[in-house]
Design a protein around this ligand. Structure first.
Ligand SMILES: [Mn+2]
Length: 341
């Protein structure tokens, strides 16, 4: 058995009726795909699954039908919670402050994740599977469901494929293992139409003309440091307010940053009026410093994609220059041949 925890998971799920599936405060294709797949699987098992995330599902994820069933309110009562694609309280801040937080902690809680570095773990979890060998939380759920003989409808498998494609950037980064390809092959054999999923995803990633112009602004404002190896841009509050509801500035520009010769790391900072600072970090192959760089500021992620949030009142300029400097140092370590993973 790959996961000895599976027996306990089966017991917890068997004993529950209302099951809340929780995504952290940074939903992505993996977390939403995992949540929707679990919704189908648990529904087919005769359970009453409910979906929760404290933040709105970003527009680019709305190609997954059922995204609008994700509620921003925790139901007052449930028997079991399953947290997908996160195992740190840092990403569940809004829950922590909610009235239902006590209820959550008093009921069994299963965590299904694949992030290696965990600061601030979820202390009330009854059971945690955190397997960094998995390309995505969706891959973990696929393996777990097979082990438990849970029903995996074609819809469930479509969502799990979206999960895998999201975190592996279309099977292009090294999160995709041989097992990932085998699972993808099994899904295709089960009838999942990958080209159709890609088409759907692309149609939702299209940008409005206003964003097309804004992209030019961000490109012009991009700064290069560490001999051109680090590209960064800052999005101030006014632009967050104006453009973020239309399109997330990170995905808007980071792909192009990483397609610039000499660039190995792309960072998009957001600076809020209340002093909050966030950073989204993406890296090119062979420069996987994202998790470590984010970790320096109390954040986390994968080698090629990470992020952090600073709310301790430090000045933006200070955080930014420390981040750029640290990025340069970490890249030097990668350059001298150390294994960044
Ligand atoms: Mn993930």
């Amino acid at each position: 058995m790959t996961y000895p925890e599976a027996t306990k998971i089966k017991e917890l799920v068997d004993a529950a009726t209302k099951i809340i599936i929780i995504q952290a405060d940074n939903p992505d294709a993996d977390s939403l795909g995992s949540a929707l797949a679990l919704e189908h699987i648990l529904g087919d098992l005769g359970k009453e699954p409910l979906l929760y995330s404290a933040v709105d599902m970003p527009g680019y994820l709305r190609y997954m039908s059922g995204w609008d069933r994700v509620s921003k309110d925790l139901p007052p009562k449930f028997d079991l919670s399953i947290i997908v694609d996160a195992s740190t309280m840092t990403l569940l801040e809004r829950i922590k402050d909610s009235a239902e937080a006590g209820w959550l902690a008093s009921k069994p809680c299963i965590v299904l994740d694949h992030h290696k570095v965990v600061d601030n773990p979820i202390t009330f979890a009854s059971l945690i599977i955190n397997d960094p060998k998995r390309a995505s939380a969706g891959e973990l759920i696929y393996v777990l469901s097979q082990e438990l003989n849970w029903p995996m409808s074609k819809s469930a498998q479509e969502f799990l494929m979206n999960s895998i494609l999201g975190d592996t950037q279309g099977l292009s980064n090294d999160l995709a293992s041989a097992t990932t390809y085998r699972i993808m092959a099994d899904m295709v054999e089960a009838g999942v139409d990958r080209p159709m999923l890609e088409e759907l995803r692309r149609s939702y990633s299209k940008m409005p003309p206003e964003i097309y112009s804004y992209k030019a602004t961000l490109i012009q404002r991009t700064e290069f440091s560490s001999n051109g190896e680090v590209a960064s841009v800052t999005v101030p509050q006014a632009e967050i307010k104006r453009y973020s509801p239309l399109y997330n500035p990170g995905p808007l520009i980071q792909g192009d940053m990483l397609q610039t010769s000499s660039v190995r790391v792309a960072i998009v900072f957001k600076s809020y009026d209340d002093g909050k600072i966030t950073a989204a970090i993406r890296c090119n192959s062979g420069a996987g410093i994202a998790a470590e760089l984010a970790g320096h500021f109390g954040g986390g992620g994968h080698p090629y994609a990470g992020g952090f949030k600073v709310t301790d009142g430090r000045a933006f300029s200070e955080v930014k220059s420390e981040c750029l400097q640290r990025a340069g140092e970490l890249l030097n370590q990668v350059a001298v041949g150390s294994d960044e993973r």
